[in-house]
Design a protein around this ligand. Structure first.
Ligand code: FPP
Length: 260
């Protein structure tokens, strides 16, 4: 794996396909989630290795409550077990763990475990792993607007910056890259505001099969993109070669330094 020319600072991942992974093997859905939880560690360690600074993982959406009760409670238990099991590796890798999402409705034992992990890892600075849990992009914006109104900010003083400062991610940079596994190409209410200019990448494998190599492939694909943020392409400072192999859109993918 050659070194990446450009590495995204913040990568968001929609971890999709656990259920299908399990179904293909004749296993219960929860086994897919269990395999998915194991894969979180490999990807977090790869993020440290590749120099990504923030990883936001979509672990449970506000819509996921509509799943069967057994699956929901199984996911909660799995998350609690994973926190317990991974604590040493998290500290060894100097990973800071945070969570974003609505805290209500999350079982209190899980809430306590998340709070303790956030506190224990507060001083770690190699990578921030941000778990989106009971998270929805729309409800995040609603919560931000409620806070702004409660603070009595006059309408004329509300800017994009004001909204951004009231989101759950207020201290984090916007995601540069959003990856979704299982070949799906939907946002599903993930980082709606923050991902306005993110690059997207659809990985063709189910989440439990997504590991270090697939992650590298996504990052390498990102490093070939040219980010324009609504402006024109760089023109004069384009330092790319003709090699656009593997890119999804050769007109906007160049082997040059992405404009951040
Ligand atoms: C989507 O797959 C996945 C989820 C809703 C849950 C993601 C949770 C994990 C990866 C495990 C959580 C553990 C940690 C440590 C974060 P799906 O069930 O929608 O799959 P399908 O579309 O194939 O049915």
């Amino acid at each position: 794996m050659p070194p990446l020319t450009v590495t995204p600072v913040h990568v968001g991942i929609v971890m999709d396909g656990n259920g299908r992974w399990a179904a293909r093997r004749g296993l219960p859905r929860l086994e897919g989630h269990r395999a998915g939880a194991r894969c979180v560690r490999e990807v977090a360690e790869a993020a440290v290795e590749f120099g990504v600074k923030v990883l936001t993982l979509y672990a449970f959406s506000t819509e996921n409550w509509a799943r069967p009760e057994a699956e929901v409670s199984g996911l909660m238990t799995l998350l609690e077990e994973s926190i317990e099991r991974e604590q040493d590796a998290i500290m060894e890798n100097q990973i800071r763990v945070r969570s974003i999402g609505r805290r209500d409705a999350v079982p209190s034992t899980l809430q306590v475990a998340i709070d303790q992990l956030e506190e224990a890892t507060r001083g770690n600075d190699r990578l921030t792993v941000n778990f989106a849990f009971n998270y929805g992009g729309r409800s995040e914006i609603v919560d931000a607007v409620r806070e702004i109104v409660a603070e009595g900010v006059p309408a004329s003083r509300i800017s994009e910056e004001t909204i951004a400062r009231h989101l759950y991610t207020r201290n984090l940079p916007d995601p540069d890259l959003v990856i979704r596994t299982a070949g799906e190409m939907r946002l599903s209410n993930f980082l709606l505001w923050q991902a306005a200019y993110a690059e997207y990448y659809a990985a063709q494998v189910f989440w439990p099969d997504f590991g270090r190599e697939e992650f590298y492939a996504a990052l390498a694909n990102y490093s070939r993109r040219e980010r324009k943020f609504g402006s024109l392409s760089g023109g004069g400072d384009y330092a790319g070669s003709d090699d656009c192999a593997g890119s999804e859109d050769s007109s906007s993918s160049r082997n040059g330094k992405a404009k951040q």
